[in-house]
Design a protein around this ligand. Structure first.
Ligand SMILES: [Mg+2]
Length: 252
């Protein structure tokens, strides 16, 4: 590959590299091409029920090897935000990811981390989150999605619960996860690049492409995963659009 216009590429995972249990053809080769050109690589996902280690194992099973720290999830970003701001969290998150926060002091919490905690989002726990935030604790939201689909069933995501605490305690949450600017800026800081030096590749024209462009990154929409015909016209501004990640080299 000739010299690229970029110094780093951020990949969304689901719908870009694999979809459900299936690899998207050419994905491992596309990641290798970026690495071989000397560009930094990060994988940015909003997944709130898996640890970085679990996601790295999923990627490895599809032939995409990653180094520790290259996968940035909304929970890992929340962790780094807490660490960098010296906050002691009370974590209302899915049991699968509780271990992501284990190294932080959680006594006398002055922050609440609220994610898709499934059955943990009960009346007692929501009241505790409310009381902490009402008393001045920082509210961190892991993603702000309204709902998600599991099989044939629609389920409430973290967004409605975050809104409830914001409303009750008259606070504003810091949201980690795409399309939050805080989330993209953490990625930029991690690779030591200015926004214009990074290309964000995703299948969600709003969460991935528009969110990245608002922070100044270049965007690339793939027509795989959740892409719907016409998505490229739903967001203003210039960005690349390719059939799948297999064609990535053409826009580097
Ligand atoms: Mg996606």
């Amino acid at each position: 590959m000739e010299n690229s216009a970029y110094r780093a590429v951020f990949f969304d995972i689901s719908g870009v590299l694999y979809q459900g249990g299936e690899l998207i053809a050419g994905a491992p080769e596309a990641v290798s091409t970026v690495r071989d050109a000397g560009l930094a690589v990060r994988f940015l996902t909003n997944t709130s029920r898996k640890t970085c280690a679990q996601i790295r194992a999923d990627l490895a099973a599809f032939g995409i090897e990653t180094a520790e720290g290259e996968v940035i999830t909304a929970p890992s970003a929340a962790h780094d935000y807490l660490r960098d701001h010296g906050l002691r969290p009370w974590c209302l998150v899915h049991p699968n990811i509780a271990s992501e926060f284990a190294d932080l002091d959680q006594d006398y919490p002055n922050a609440v981390v609220l994610g898709d905690a499934a059955d943990g989002l009960n009346y007692d726990n929501l009241n505790r989150a409310f009381r902490l935030c009402h008393g001045g604790a920082t509210l961190l939201g892991i993603g702000a999605n309204r709902f998600f689909r599991e099989g044939d069933t629609l389920l409430l995501d973290a967004g409605p619960f975050i809104k409830a605490i914001e409303y009750a305690a008259s606070v504003e949450a810091v949201i980690l996860g795409k399309p939050s600017a805080v989330f993209f800026r953490q990625g930029l800081e991690d690779v030591g690049c200015s926004p214009g030096e990074v290309l964000m590749v995703g299948d969600d024209v709003f969460g991935d492409v528009e969110g990245a462009m608002k922070v100044g990154l270049a965007g690339c929409l793939v027509r795989s995963g959740k892409y719907q015909p016409g998505d490229e016209d739903r967001v203003a501004g210039e960005f690349a659009c390719i059939e799948s990640v297999a064609d990535l080299e053409s826009v580097l």
